[in-house]
Design a protein around this ligand. Sequence first.
Ligand code: GLC
Length: 805
Amino acid sequence: MDKLPYEFHDDRREIRFDRFDLPAPWINYLSNGRMHAFVSQAGGGMSWWLSPMMFRLTRYRFYNMPIDSPGFYVYLRMTDGTVWSPSFRPCETPVDFREASHAPGYSAFTAKKDGLTATLKLFMAQDYDTLVWDLKLTNESGEEISCDVFAYVELSQFLAREENILGYYLKWNTRAVFDEELQAITYAYTAWMHPRKDESPLVTFASDAKISSFCCNRDLFCGNYRDERNPVEVQNGRLSNTNLQGGEPCGALHTHVSLGKNEAKQLHFFLGVTEGALSDYDKAIAGAKETLTALRKEGAVAGQFAKLQSWWADHLAVYQCDLPDEDAQRMINTWNPLQSVQTARYSRSISSDASGVRGIGFRDTAQDMLAQVYRKPEWATEMLWYLASQQLEDGHAIHTAWPEEKRPPQDITRSDDHIWMVYLAYAIAAETGDLRFLDKEIPFLETDLVTPVGSATLWEHMLRGVDFTEKHLGEHGLPLILFSDWNDHLGPFGRKGKGESIMVSQQHILALRQLAELAEARGERAEAFDRLIEKQEKALEQFAWDGEWFLRGLDDEAKPIGAHTQSHARIWLNAQSWMVIADACREHQLEAMDSAARELDTGMGLLLNTPGYPGWPSKEAAMVNGLPAGYSENGGVFCQANCWAIMAEALLGRGDRAWKYYKQIIPNEVIKKVGVERYHAEAYAYCSTMLGKDNEKFGWGCVSQVTGTAAWMDVVATQYLLGIRPTLKGLLIDPSIPAEWDGFTVERSFRGCHLTIRVENPDHVQHGVKELSVDGRTLDLARGAIITDDRITNCQSAIVHVTMG
Ligand code: GLC
């Protein structure tokens, strides 16, 4: 195998690249929670404020070539006219050395040429909505160096969809001018049609270095039939000092730098926003001035960077592990929780693949927040309350919402959306031990999807969800598929309104179990839930078993979906794993999971179902909405579904197999097998899908970054594999690990106490705890290996010893 183009530096939580023409942009997100950007290993990227759909600040050419452009570009023009850049793009001029790195919250690009080293570090200021470009130039050439530095961004018309369709009209509503007093380019998009015109920001692009020239007109900056890779104004060594009133805007700033022998200089560019350019221009200008004055102060940038680093340090410190497995440890400690923050922020909306207009999915966000519960429970609670406000009075939830865009949500009734809310609520209750958030009053949505109607507590919202499922059962007593269940492409089996979903039945059971536990903890009776569980279990016992595995459902004609008699999609992964997760049909669980191993495990992930339906023009292609065989929900390795298989094996105590499944879809592991060209996507972030065996590009990672795999891998690794799992009764210690491990350690905060959990595995078992002590006091394991609150109340830290066996 060729040398990999990257290396992990775990001590710095960093990935470093030494090759940049990767098969796709490998991105990193920069954010302070309000202003956001992503940037690739090559320097390409995009920025937005609050929403990538409403307030897109800079452009990125999705789907088009040249890929991964434009970005946040710095050009260095030497006196002989050579132009190069710290990042691989824009110039691609050969340099003596080049490196790039991503780490939580920042990316850095270094290049050396003829004794001059340029390092550009990009990060989002934490107290100001500003992308900081921290540029350091070091002269080691032994001679004086003088060069011209240009910084460049292409500005966008804020409204991403409208820009795509109507940009040729709307570009006359752009205004970018150099403000002498601010020493900054100021940009406003003035279109009357902006739905949030009042907030519409003033964008500024400025520096703390002396500006020698500027340009606000993209087309002039680049020149006719050129682009940002060879802009004519940089070539000329001076920008044209052009303002722009209508047209294609950009921010280009020029400063001159002289460096003595061995001298280093640091300068900064600031791409920032201030709210309210259109509603109160003077105020916006004053706000921009305040920000720039603050950021131009000595030490301000370093201060903002330190703040960013401490945000990540605190966030990650909540759970850290020490394992005899480098790849797993790296994912669990750094890259997986990093990605989980991104999906919690961006749902499935924005990446170098995803164009930023999708809003948030109800089921998606409910799952994404599961990975925030143990690190930021308040954030997860806020999101849960918001989701509940997107539920209708009949108990079903809308499917897609645009909270930031304040657009009406989209309601195509799925059978599962509302159910995911319960798991999030349970997880929050288990993490915090505090049930009061369930009593929060939250309105329902009117069927017009805009007006809030009658409110109820979150608890009652969840009961409405149960009602909805109960009122939408099919002839066999199993929940109807409706438009689809979790599997977006299951719908064709239930288009006539009669198809039933076994996965939703399993999900319903899990939700009912959790509600029963919550009810008891609230001092309420749980019998009603128990009766419904029993009823649903009976239906599954009667209809779900196919002889070697569980069916996925019944179609409109009551024919089984996922049966051995079928030629396509004979077995579906989720139906097997979720039976274990729901803890139903116990007698067949092991056999079902063995069948999944035999039929679905490719050694590089488990297929969602197999064999895939043949693609178009076969008639059967309609059953999977035309997806080609081997892709995604049609015989692909759907990574999120792999998480549930891992979870199921862990619950069954089969640590060896659970870890095999876990390890084999860690991107870096896949890349070690198939190489970067084949895998395509980031080595440090999960993909939604890998192409399955039915596809000639088996192993190709599709839709990276914004996927439910992030949160589920996070939850599954920390709570089911390492097995440190909050429950309503306390913290359950239930590891499922490879038998060969001697043990591992986890540092984890729980209900205000910092726990150091040392797990030893002297008997080399895969599962089972035989001894547990907290600060030297041995616990009685009769009621499970659970650290109850009384063991850790009022203590800031405790040492937990666990002996497996
Ligand atoms: C995509 C969707 C998610 C769905 C899954 C399976 O990831 O975002 O909502 O559950 O596909 O179809």
